[in-house]
Design a protein around this ligand. Structure first.
Ligand code: ADE
Length: 271
């Protein structure tokens, strides 16, 4: 076996702890692991980890570099500005994580502005996986052989370029974790998500009934649940028509909802 100077220093990839066997496991490869402390150490993601609905492991792939400077990037063959992430540390980090898993087809997702656009459907798809490996790219990008031979999916969180994949990985993890069973207070909260239904959310109010002279709509105080449901449905459709008509054209509507859409269109002067 070739001598590998940093082998002993490599962190052993944490095994799944007792009680976590049925939960989702997410492994994230990053050069900046501390960035995850805040978002994953608070609120719902933290609670999901504490309740073993998910286990999240952050790996610094610099630890998998072989040379004594722990080099992870190099110049681009052919010239050009910026550094490119080398294949060896990323391949070896992913391979050592995969060794612990009892399934062959673990999704390996590269966060990159060149990926498919992240949305509710993609979050839902990822939330059904038992294991997920996320790679946070940096600098000018990654060696193309990582894309072609290691990664199974590429995801972008929007049409803009971030300084690295970490913030994108946090967004993906947050959106996926809240969909896992038992993570949110009631299952209803997920079903009512605007993007799950194809509508934007209806307006919400809480106490006080009157604030600086602005009143809560009367119908919400009426106690008439049918009327309230109808009002909310109308408001959601109207808001979607005005702000995101593209969502409505994709939504699967009931007959009643279709009629409501037509009525609101007519009232608002849409054709
Ligand atoms: N890395 C840099 N920009 C990104 C984006 N928009 N989505 C995902 N990863 C990225």
């Amino acid at each position: 076996m070739p001598w590998r100077p940093f082998e002993d220093k490599r962190p052993s990839v944490p095994r799944v702890r007792e009680g976590e066997r049925d939960s989702m496991r997410i492994d994230i490869l990053s050069l900046f692991p501390k960035m995850f402390d805040g978002p994953f150490g608070e609120s719902i993601v933290k609670r999901a980890v504490d309740r073993s609905a998910v286990s999240i492991y952050i790996h610094n792939f610099r630890d998998y570099a072989h040379d004594r400077h722990h080099t992870v990037d190099d110049y681009s063959f052919g010239g050009g500005e910026g550094m490119v992430l080398k294949p060896e540390p990323i391949f070896e980090a992913v391979e050592s994580i995969k060794q612990l898993m009892d399934e062959d087809a673990v999704p390996v997702v590269l966060l990159t502005p060149q990926g498919r656009l992240f949305c509710h459907q993609v979050a839902l798809e990822l939330s059904k996986q038992r294991n997920l490996i996320l790679i946070c790219g940096h600098y000018e990008g990654v060696d193309e052989r990582i894309r072609q031979n290691l990664v199974s999916d590429e995801i972008s969180i929007g049409e803009y370029v971030l300084t690295g994949g970490e913030l994108a990985a946090m967004v993906v993890v947050d959106a996926v974790v809240r969909l896992l069973p038992g993570v949110l207070g009631s299952e209803q909260s997920v079903k009512n998500d605007s993007y799950a239904k194809g509508f934007l959310e209806y307006p919400q109010y809480t106490r006080p009934r009157v604030y600086r002279g602005w009143e809560v709509p009367e119908v919400l105080l009426s106690g008439n649940h049918q009327e309230i449901a109808r009002w909310r449905c109308e408001e959601a459709i109207e808001r979607t028509l005005l702000r995101r008509p593209d969502l409505l054209s994709k939504a699967v509507l009931s007959e009643e909802e279709k009629k409501l859409v037509d009525r609101i269109r007519a009232r608002r002067g849409f054709n």
